[in-house]
Design a binder for this molecule. Structure first.
Ligand code: AMP
Length: 407
């Protein structure tokens, strides 16, 4: 099946061709015809499936001639994703005269105000800053034809759904609405019932299956040796570029500092860094100036970085969905990538949840010649039993042991 038969406009086809796309991905095959008919759509698909083009190509085909109206609004949870999606639109519309503009926080209002006043055809925005502009009456959405809510599960995690609702309330009723989310929990079903009309539903693959091109491994270790093991993994792995995930922003900064001391070219990406620093980090990592990037989930969610050969989870993700998203950073577009997760005894319940979620058990590996301290995680059955016992024991103050997790 080629892009030619899907009903896309000539200039958009040309743009996709220029990007080197020869065949549509499964989500593109299914979503493009639906979007072209004007129907609402709820699609569950992981990042890395080509979902940006799945919505951008048909929407742009419908906006072939520029008009002085904001006709398409895309909401994204993070600045990085918004930038990435805006770039994708720019790439696909390079043979068109339509315009796209980016609205997000952390930068000045001036240019954004001008773009909004000029009524670019497509606006890609994060909810908070767009609402600011809306409150200042700087946004005219009366000509809006298509509203795209992307990465909605992440917007939910970040507490953005009330903002999203306030924005939706100001969009014209006779619009087309497209909702993309890796998972569709109840809150998102409610949102969808509220803001979509009789949507077509598309689910691509088993939503929870990690990319098949990723090799996974768990590396058990004592808490005190986590960093030492990370260093050993870096030394022994033949990698092009590595993305390391930590649970907290402080954790990301700490690992970044320690890796620098050990002569790695490394940069951190998280939401406490300034917008300029975040752009520099991402650009530097993409360009190969940094071989390692240490990031928190939220900052790195959905980021498309070609050639990430390895992902290392320094902390076990607390939500199994995050495991799938994190390792989705590697193994994109058919390249085989490796995903390592450092696991400690306390994290065992999350480890088990991940395996249940992805429906496979992940091999436990030990590095040869690494001087391991003993840890209960080397005998998981015993570690699980003692964790369970500890959780059941109450102190005289009524606190549960094991209810606070140390990381
Ligand atoms: P996304 O899931 O939208 O983040 O896209 C993941 C990556 O796949 C991006 O680098 C896209 O440029 C690329 N991509 C999207 N569609 C295609 C296609 N039909 N053929 C090849 N690459 C594609």
């Amino acid at each position: 099946m080629s892009f030619q038969n899907l009903g896309l406009s000539e200039s958009v086809l040309h743009g996709a061709q220029r990007m080197g796309y020869s065949e549509p991905t499964p989500i593109q095959l299914r979503a493009i015809p639906v979007i072209l008919t004007g129907r609402d759509l709820v699609a569950s698909a992981q990042t890395g499936t080509g979902k940006t083009a799945a919505f951008a190509l048909p929407v742009l085909s419908k906006l072939d001639h520029p008009e002085p109206q904001i006709r398409c609004l895309v909401l994204e949870p993070t600045r990085e994703l918004a930038m990435q999606v805006e770039t994708a639109f720019r790439d696909y519309m390079r043979f068109m005269h339509t315009e796209v503009s980016l609205i997000h926080g952390g930068v000045g209002y001036g240019k954004q105000k001008e773009d909004l006043a000029r009524k670019c055809d497509v606006i890609v925005a994060t909810p908070g800053r767009l609402l600011d502009h809306m409150q200042q009456k700087a946004v005219d959405l009366s000509g809006l034809q298509v509203l795209i809510l992307d990465e909605v599960d992440r917007m939910l995690d970040m507490g953005f759904l009330p903002d999203v609702r306030r924005i939706v309330e100001q969009c014209p009723k006779n619009r087309q609405t497209l909702l993309f989310s890796a998972t569709i929990p109840e809150e998102i079903q409610r949102l969808s019932a509220w803001c979509l009309r009789d949507p077509e539903r598309i689910e691509i693959g088993a939503t929870f299956t990690p990319a098949e091109t990723v090799n996974h491994a768990f590396y058990p270790v004592a808490v005190a040796q986590k960093f030492e093991l990370l260093l050993a993994l870096l030394t022994r792995t033949n990698f092009d570029s590595i993305l390391i995930f930590t649970r907290t922003k402080d954790g990301a900064d700490r690992i970044c500092r320690e890796l620098k001391k050990n002569n790695h070219s490394v940069v951190a990406l998280h939401s406490n860094r300034t917008q300029t620093e975040r752009v520099e980090a991402l650009e530097g990592f993409k360009a190969g100036r940094y071989e390692v990037m240490v990031a928190t989930d939220i900052a790195a969610r959905g980021i498309d970085i070609a050639g990430v050969s390895h992902v290392i989870n320094y902390d076990v993700p607390q939500h199994p969905e995050d495991y799938v998203h994190r390792i989705g950073r590697t193994g994109r577009a058919q390249n085989v990538g490796d995903a390592f997760t450092i696991i400690t005894a306390e994290e065992l319940p999350h480890v088990k949840e991940i395996e249940r979620f992805i429906g496979q058990s992940v091999p436990r590996l030990k590095l040869e010649d690494f001087k391991y301290f003993y840890t209960a995680i080397f005998n998981e059955a015993e570690a699980a039993a003692s964790l369970k016992a500890a959780k059941g024991v109450r102190t005289h103050k009524g606190m549960r042991f094991g209810s606070r997790r140390k990381r």
